[in-house]
Design a protein around this ligand. Structure first.
Ligand SMILES: Nc1nc2c(ncn2[C@@H]2O[C@H](COP(=O)(O)OP(=O)(O)OP(=O)(O)O)[C@@H](O)[C@H]2O)c(=O)[nH]1
Ligand SMILES: [Mg+2]
Length: 393
């Protein structure tokens, strides 16, 4: 996992630029002995800006970027010249990135759309030059404003993948296989649990060139909310999905019981997840014999009313029910009430250990600076006599 390319959590120290100081200057020129104040304004410090980019899918490009600092504004100059504005720093992030305060874990903002820009930290304003302070009674103001200070902050960027449909199921339920059948994605598939360690995304083509996005997340097991298996860490990637597709294999002893376990784990993670539209797919229907399949089909209506959601019998190997499933998903996705994917983000726990600030244990293990010549030499002023020294004497 440590070497995985799927990075959905990074912590960054950000600092905007300081505003440049205003200039204090009084104009002098040949035959203009008292030209009045002409100090220009300082430039604005650079902002730290987040920008959504739909070509990015993870935060991998930020993994090794621990500090992002904008440059300071330049000082104002004489003849009312403005200082140069500091350069902004733009952090490009995938759509669906949520920003938390790195110290308190409080939600700050989120980037949802391509091209959306959010000024995370504002650069300080430049100070005003003394030209601004001239008045009839004070024609030579000998002061100017300093620039505004910068802002600094630790931030945590967390990716919550934007997909339309999220797959929820126990390990080995056939989630990745379904994704590989309905989309061009090539997730790892194997008959052992936890084959999928990071979320996979696929674009599912539908009729008339329409499509929707499906996210396959690692399997969850009973007790995941207490950290069993891979825990609920990846559930945040289905928080924004419009529809949740539950998968329980046809070979399961009690389909309703398995479904309820999955549901209760989701509830423990975020009760808001239960407000989403749900569909249950009974997978691997090719592994049971025809008689059992018929029986299951008969029981379906009864199960649908009991669990209160549409049920589809599918097999990724034989293709049974896949078209029907796509129709169902498309129908749910286009329902008015499933359109809004507004979610509330609860604060996250900040792990002090992932505070990669090298300065942290500065005093404890900091290597000592060694001076080779311990004895300081006396200043020999005669040795360093400079230009005009004799005049001074
Ligand atoms: N016969 C049959 N086997 C299937 C079907 N779908 C998946 N499988 C098999 O079930 C096993 C597990 O499938 P995966 O798609 O890796 O399951 P998963 O739900 O993604 O599992 P994790 O990633 O571990 O959570 C693989 O050996 C698949 O070949 C199906 O419809 N029919
Ligand atoms: Mg898988």
């Amino acid at each position: 996992m440590a070497n995985s390319n799927f990075i959905d959590y990074v912590k960054i120290y950000c600092r905007s630029g300081k505003g440049g100081a205003g200039c204090m200057h009084l104009h002098r020129a040949k035959y203009v002995p008292k030209g009045g104040p002409d100090g220009g304004d300082g430039g604005r410090g650079g902002h730290i800006i987040l920008q959504g980019n739909h070509n990015l899918w993870t935060l991998l490009h930020l993994k090794y970027q621990k500090h992002v600092m904008a440059t300071d504004g330049g000082r104002g100059g004489e003849s009312r010249s403005f200082g140069k504005d500091g350069e902004d720093r733009i952090i490009e992030v995938p759509c669906g990135t949520v920003v938390y305060d790195g110290d308190t874990g409080e939600w700050m903002t989120e980037v949802k759309e391509h091209g959306q820009r959010i000024v995370l930290l504002k650069g300080g304003r430049g100070g005003l030059g003394n030209w601004h302070f001239r008045t009839a009674t004070n024609q030579t103001p000998r002061y100017a404003q300093p620039g505004e200070p910068c802002e600094e902050r630790n931030i945590i960027l967390q990716l919550k993948v934007l997909a339309d449909v999220g797959l929820v199921g126990f390990p080995n339920a056939g989630k990745s296989t379904l994704l590989s059948v309905v989309s061009a994605a090539k997730p790892e598939i194997a008959d052992y649990p936890f084959t999928t360690l990071v979320p996979n995304l696929g674009i599912v083509g539908y009729r008339d060139g329409q499509s929707f996005c499906m996210a396959d997340i690692p399997g969850i097991i009973e007790g995941a909310s207490e950290g069993k298996g891979l825990g609920l860490r990846f559930l945040r990637h289905i928080e924004r999905n419009a529809v949740l597709l539950f998968m329980v294999p046809a070979t399961a002893e009690k389909i309703d019981k398995e479904y309820n376990i999955l549901l209760s784990e989701l509830e423990k993670y975020n009760p808001q997840l239960l407000t989403k539209a749900r569909i249950l797919a009974i997978s691997k229907c090719d592994t049971i014999d025809e008689a059992a399949l018929k029986k299951l089909d008969k029981k379906r209506a009864q199960l649908e009313t009991k669990l209160g959601l549409p049920i589809v019998l599918i097999s990724s190997i034989s293709g049974l029910g896949i078209a029907e499933l796509k129709d169902q998903l498309w129908e749910e996705l286009n329902k008015e009430q499933n359109q809004v994917i507004e979610i509330s983000h609860s604060p996250i726990e900040v792990n002090v250990n992932d505070n990669d600030n090298e300065n942290e244990n500065e005093n404890e293990n900091e290597p000592q600076t060694i001076y080779l010549n311990e004895v300081e030499e006396e200043w020999d002023l005669n040795k360093y006599k400079g230009i005009g020294w004799d005049d001074q004497e």
